[in-house]
Design a protein around this ligand. Structure first.
Ligand code: NAP
Length: 532
């Protein structure tokens, strides 16, 4: 059992703000959601703010003594030299940790750089919170752990935390392995927290609890380490505290991958179907690095996105005929023996979303772009009887794809004069966060229907331009949902909870766009309130 307790107690909500008021607001919010709360006292900008905040905490813990027995507060006042924001010396650091104990904190985090300076390398002489976490940080790389981790004698600290930058998935696995070994007694370090930092380390951080890490961290508001996801997502989307050795792991590989809504799509389905499964975002720079991690993480299947859809082919043991013809794979299933089978559900996605608005047979469709999704669209449309035209910035790529589907390639300059039934954008131009641009000009949209494969934002600049010309539009969301639903059904061999998946995605996209619309209004309101 973790020294923090089991289940939700192992998800640590991090409160980190520059003012006492904001910090207190974060703690109030954390108290509704979490059982373990880290207080980053070093983030407060002055001693006055620290004193104010701890005063508030003391009053709160006293007033709610009966209500709070299960909540653990962990105080951290990390010094600048050790990667924190606290400008003071060790004496000042200990002063604030002692104050934190008086305010009701049961735990404190003391970095190795401080502990080394204390008499006998122990904090037990000082009235700091009774439970001590020793933390080791490496913001540059994942060190050789058996060499780097020299922990003090048993009893001097209650838990050891190692947070290290993961540059590869293999780095993050080494950290998880360290947690696993300490959990099973195969290491001198007992009660270990493994925290791979950075976006590449995110899947390992989510899976760290099932590997035996005593805690995993997630911020209530501001990220305190690179690549963190919010506490809300950690708890509700990834359910990190509920994952165990039986959890089936799925994911999406891509670079970038942070924008992908596939984790929301699939995790919503798993929650609705009460499945012990999780879907994680893997930032993959090097395919081989990820492929080696498949058995370590126990991955059962994964989606493939930019830029790996074509390169993944050479690593597959099997590939269905359609995906092989397309030359791009967006779905991989991992068999029990570890072999990989590739399929392409983008194909189904294009068909399902476009055929609702257009009879494809004998229509003339232009595809802008010649990458992985363009290939799936071109094969789908050509096989449905459409005449396909390809325009891409590399004419050779356009010609090659046009030849493969029996279509024509078209130079960009011809778009002002040519007409089509439909135009599809299959480039990433206009994708979040660079959403203000359109891949094509209004004068190049001479058609009845425009479809953008981009789904974030739901209404891209291209679709807005098309609508302003009275052209019907199809958002990439329709394709995104259809390809994701087909993936779920491939992996699970059962019907997907379609309406739940659709609702989750549309809600997320619409609240993102409302948030964006409100931003300029807020900025204007702030400006008009500010003193002249
Ligand atoms: P990809 O394989 O990397 O292909 C991208 C294509 O866009 C290539 O032809 C590339 O040309 C071209 N391109 C990139 N930047 C360009 C620029 N600045 N100007 C002109 N052309 C440019 O990517 P993909 O997998 O096909 O994905 C493309 C887009 O479709 C992404 O936004 C993706 O999110 C979206 N998508 C959506 C769904 C869905 O379900 N809605 C499914 C799949 C993809 P070069 O080859 O010359 O680089």
């Amino acid at each position: 059992m973790s020294p923090f307790g089991n289940g939700l107690a192992r998800l640590c909500a991090v409160a980190a703000a520059s003012s006492a008021t904001d910090m207190a607001a974060q703690v109030r919010s954390a108290l509704h959601q979490a059982l373990t709360i880290e207080l980053r006292l070093d983030w407060l900008t002055s001693d006055a703010q620290r004193a104010r905040f701890l005063g508030w905490l003391q009053r709160t813990t006293r007033a709610r003594r009966k209500l709070l027995p299960r909540v653990t507060f962990l105080a951290t006042c990390r010094r600048k030299g050790a990667g924190g924001l606290f400008p003071g010396d060790i004496e000042a650091q200990l002063f604030w940790l002692i104050k934190a104990r008086e305010a009701g904190c049961q735990w404190c985090d003391i970095e190795i750089e401080t502990l080394r300076e204390l008499p006998d390398q122990s904090a037990r002489e000082y009235p700091v919170p009774p439970h001590v976490m020793l933390s080791l940080h490496d913001f540059e790389r994942t060190p050789l752990l058996h060499r780097a981790v020299r922990t003090p004698a048993h009893g001097e600290v209650d838990v050891v935390k190692i947070a290290a930058a993961a540059h590869t998935i293999a780095d993050s696995i080494r950290l998880l392995d360290f947690a696993r070994r300490s959990n099973t007694g195969r290491s001198k370090t007992r009660n270990c927290i493994a925290s791979p930092m950075g976006e590449i380390g995110l899947p390992a951080r989510i899976l760290s609890l099932r590997e035996g890490s005593a805690l995993t961290y997630a911020p209530i508001a501001n990220a305190t380490a690179p690549g963190q996801v919010s506490f809300h997502e950690m708890k509700h989307l990834y359910r990190a505290h509920k994952l165990d050795r039986h959890t089936q792991v799925y994911g999406v590989i891509g670079n970038p991958v942070g924008h992908s809504l596939s984790p929301l799509l699939h995790n919503s389905a798993f929650v609705a179907r009460k499945q012990n499964a999780v879907y994680l975002p893997f930032l993959v720079e090097d395919l081989r690095d990820f492929l080696k991690a498949i058995p370590e993480f126990g991955i059962r299947g994964f989606s493939v996105t930019i830029p790996h859809k074509q390169n993944i082919l050479k690593h597959l043991n099997r590939c269905d005929a359609l995906a092989a013809d397309i030359g791009a794979v967006n779905t991989v299933t991992v068999a029990r023996d570890g072999s990989l089978s590739g399929s392409n559900t983008d194909y189904v996605g294009v068909l399902r979303s476009l055929e609702k608005k257009l009879t494809l047979a004998k229509s003339r469709v232009l595809i802008f772009g010649a990458g992985g999704s363009a290939r799936a669209a071109a094969f789908a449309l050509a096989r449905a009887g459409a005449s396909v035209a390809i325009c891409a910035r590399r004419p050779a790529a356009a010609k090659e794809l046009a030849r493969a589907v029996g279509g024509e390639s078209i130079p960009r300059r011809a778009l002002r004069t040519e007409t089509f039934d439909a135009i599809l954008n299959s480039t990433p131009i206009g994708m979040h966060p660079a959403a203000a641009i359109s891949p094509l000009a209004a004068s190049e949209l001479n058609c009845r229907i425009v479809m953008d494969l981009i789904y974030r934002p739901e209404q891209t600049r291209l679709l807005q331009l098309a609508r302003s010309k009275g052209i019907a539009t199809v958002s990439g969301v329709e394709m995104f949902l259809a390809q994701g639903i087909a993936q779920y059904e491939l992996w699970m061999s059962r019907r997907a909870p379609e309406s739940i998946m659709r609702r989750a995605i549309l809600q997320a996209l619409r609240s993102e766009s409302q948030h964006k619309q409100r931003q300029p209004q807020r900025a204007r309101a702030k400006k008009s309130r500010s003193p002249r």
